[in-house]
Ligand binder design. Sequence first.
Ligand SMILES: [Fe+2]
Length: 408
Amino acid sequence: MDLQIEYFNDGTAFHEIDPLSINPENLIDFSIYEKQSCGTQGFRFRCLLVDSHSIPRQRLMELLRFWKKVYIHKKQLKIYNEYLNNNLAYFLKHDEIDIVKKTETLIDLSTDVVKECFKTNFSITKDFKKSIDNVQRLLAQAIEFISDINSLNGIADLIGHDYETHLHSIKVGWLMATFINANRELFGVQRGPELKGLLLQAAVAGFLHDIGKIKIPQNILGKKGKLDNLEYIIIQCHTAYSASILFDTGLSKFSMQAILYHHENEDGSGYPSGLGCEQIPLIAKVCHIVDVFDALTSKRHYKESKTPFEALKIMIGENPYLDTLKKFEQEAVENKKTPLTAIVRDDYDIKLRRLREKEIIEEEAKKRVEVRMKLRDKGMSHCFNKELLKRFIHTINQSESFELSGVL
Ligand SMILES: [Fe+2]
């Protein structure tokens, strides 16, 4: 690419990068600039480095430490992002880069690869497999970082944000890896490639667990306000959709179990299969805990976010209205045909009457959903494995960023 040695620009053509993100072991093929204020002309961007081949490695290391802020031309942003992707493990291991910057960079790169998967045309298998490969490639470099308990300090800053499927998926994968690493004995692995493989499969599952939502109509997924019973049932299809989309991609059985069963409840009241505690795979139980924790602590258009303390109190709380709650859940399943009963094809009077009936039915359905949501917030312990939930609380409590004293 033809770039100049010097530019006068208002700054919009350039992008600031961290000089420490450059790995002296791996030569760069983009140019680095410094920014100087230039009065009325805006800024002057002067090229510091065109070709890292021409500088001895030691000298380059010194310069990278010396430069505080450097810039790249936006025309080369794609090349830089690719470079960062290929050198992510180096970046995340760098002692002099703070955890906030590492987390931000990792979230940015992860968002790109997750978004790519979510928007791939699934009918073109080759493209979709490539997107899945990109997720795995990124996670292979990040797995040591995200499974380290210290990385929780970074993820704690992302708690309480607006719910957004991509960010949620990344946090679920991240927290699953941290949890499993801290509780690896439950999975019968201790160290080495076997542990790394397990952590990777868990993180991949977390990143992709909700990919089936791509098949849920947008007017249901992004609905402002409460879902009615039918919409609730349709949303529940996303676990099976996720599994079917990923069926042929070569993901391990371990990952697929987490994806398909991450909404199964310990008492058999979950979906898609209503499995009981004995039947739910361990990895799916972990995914379920992490998923609900992140959903409760995220802000939605219809509810404020809960603090980690409040969320975990709900998750460990016995629900005093469990029987009523289960009745509502059952009704939701039985009423899935409600709107269909109101299809009108008769004469005008009957049509009006039926429309009115439909209105009443939908109004009632909405009320039931509202009550159901409120009741659910009174306690969710029936959904989770108690021992695992306790371990999850102990695990995230090891990070001073979560204030959890007194939850248990
Ligand atoms: Fe889900």
